[in-house]
Design a protein around this ligand. Structure first.
Ligand code: AMP
Length: 444
């Protein structure tokens, strides 16, 4: 059977200092950024201190997303910022990182930043993100929202927790009980301001803002900018810098999305099994690192499929792939930029993309021109959180699929020194090794 596969390495793992920045290309369009190698982290190039750079590296972020690239520098110099950006764009870190940077140079003990969020779910998510980004620092945050007891929140507020993340209604309750002291407040963030408007929170927000010190930095993020939010921004902000990151296009509705839960060590076996399906005529496989691209291409080639790959001869190889001369193509992240090949029937995410917008761009390679296409994503247990983020961005859940005749209990291959096919590579997000998790069989 003839199978055309294109393997794309979308990022390069080269340890903690050498980072390829430009591949991150623009989560919103693949071609506009120059490709440069940087010796130091692109996060430190934005002006963030080493503790925070270490924290983002610990989270597996390699390059800033567009909103982070644009928002962090002006926030660091103290400007007010209005950012038009969606959930999934990395906007939480875009405001949390510079806030942490500011607070790190100060003595703790007072509440100095307040993040207002429309829902308790978002407040809880921001608290979790803050905890991850503040790892290794003494800065603490606490989420304050309704539906749960007041006592723990009151305790945190009264102890002067550094960053308060709050929904407006519950925060007003605490303010009316004098549980919180905002006299030392320096930064206010209004997150998802348009949803606050939709939920009727603007009067509450105005009351809260009215009780804060006037001399502060104000950051406002919103997916859209209705006139009411514009008007609010004029009354509560000072000469704000405007940043707009165009929303990711939703993938064409003709794409069928499926997630295949699989232990890390069985991904290649599952890929080989899927590639053998009759309908997989033109397949684009995304993997996380160049090394994985090399290994996966080699293993799939050894299984009898026709694989070519792009390295230095990018254009020649691409032309060959477009013309059908190459049935299978392996590409590095550099080559991934600008690739536009018609007729790709399947996109397989061998590795889950960390940022939902990357998912949208990857799967958008199939189902071009109104054609139907299928997007398959391999999911290890550690990837479930990232997949949920993708589902939120898509606005729908992705069905989980297991193959009834695939041996999900197969052990990892034995380690053989010097034989690359069986050497397990470092995978910082999934641990790389075999997983104890087993899928429930028989769902398809
Ligand atoms: P947000 O838009 O803030 O909800 O972020 C969406 C997801 O992107 C979260 O899971 C973040 O952990 C992740 N994320 C944020 N910034 C980056 C980055 N620079 N690189 C990779 N993932 C990121």
């Amino acid at each position: 059977m003839k199978v055309r596969s294109l393997f794309l390495s979308w990022t390069r793992s080269c340890g903690s200092v050498c980072v390829i920045s430009a591949h991150h290309r623009n989560t919103y369009g693949w071609d506009t950024l120059p490709h440069v190698m940087q010796e130091r982290s692109p996060f430190s190039a934005l002006g963030l201190g080493p503790l925070l750079v270490r924290a983002v590296e610990g989270l597996g972020y390699e390059t800033p997303t567009p909103i982070q690239r644009e928002a962090i520098p002006p926030i660091l110099v103290g400007r007010d910022v209005i950012g038009t950006a969606q959930t999934g764009s990395g906007k939480t870190a875009a405001f949390v990182l510079p806030i942490l940077h500011r607070l790190l140079s100060q003595t703790p003990g007072r509440t100095r930043a307040l993040v207002l969020s429309p829902t308790r779910e978002l407040a809880a998510q921001i608290e979790v993100a803050l905890r991850g980004l503040a790892k290794g620092t003494r800065i603490r945050g606490h989420a304050v929202y309704g539906g749960v007891g007041m006592a723990a929140q009151e305790h945190a507020l009264r102890s002067g927790v550094d960053v308060v993340v709050a929904t407006p209604g519950r925060l007003l309750d605490h303010m009316s009980r004098r549980n919180v002291d905002f006299r030392g407040l320096q930064v206010l963030v209004l997150d998802e301001a348009d949803r606050m408007l939709d939920m009727g929170f603007l009067p509450d927000v105005q009351r809260i803002v009215g009780a804060l010190p006037r001399d502060r930095q104000t950051l406002l993020f919103s997916a859209t900018m209705p006139p009411e939010i514009e008007a609010l921004s004029r009354t509560i902000m000072r000469n704000p810098v405007r940043i707009s990151v165009s929303p990711p296009h939703r993938p064409p509705p003709t794409i069928r999305h499926e997630a295949y839960p699989v232990p890390q060590h069985l991904k290649t076996a599952l890929l080989v099994r899927l590639l053998g399906r009759e309908d997989m005529m033109s397949v684009l496989v995304f993997v996380r690192t160049k090394r994985r691209a090399d290994r996966v291409a080699r293993q799939v080639g050894a299984a009898g499929f026709d694989v070519a790959r792009i390295q230095s001869q990018r254009e020649t190889a691409l032309a060959g792939f477009r013309s059908g001369r190459h049935q299978i193509l392996v590409a590095t992240d550099v080559a991934a930029r600008g690739i536009d090949v018609e007729g790709i029937s399947h996109v397989i995410n061998y590795d889950v993309p960390a940022v939902p917008t990357d998912y949208v761009h990857r799967v958008g390679r199939t189902a071009r021109m109104e054609a139907t296409g299928e997007a398959i994503t391999f999911v290890t247990p550690d990837d479930e959180g990232d997949l949920r983020g993708i589902e939120r961005a898509l606005g729908k859940s992705i069905p989980r699929v297991t193959l009834p005749d695939f041996d999900y209990l197969a052990p990892p291959p034995p380690k053989v020194r010097g034989h690359e096919g069986t050497r397990r590579e470092r995978d910082t997000r999934s641990g790389g090794g075999p997983s104890r998790w087993r899928p429930r069989p028989g769902r398809r």
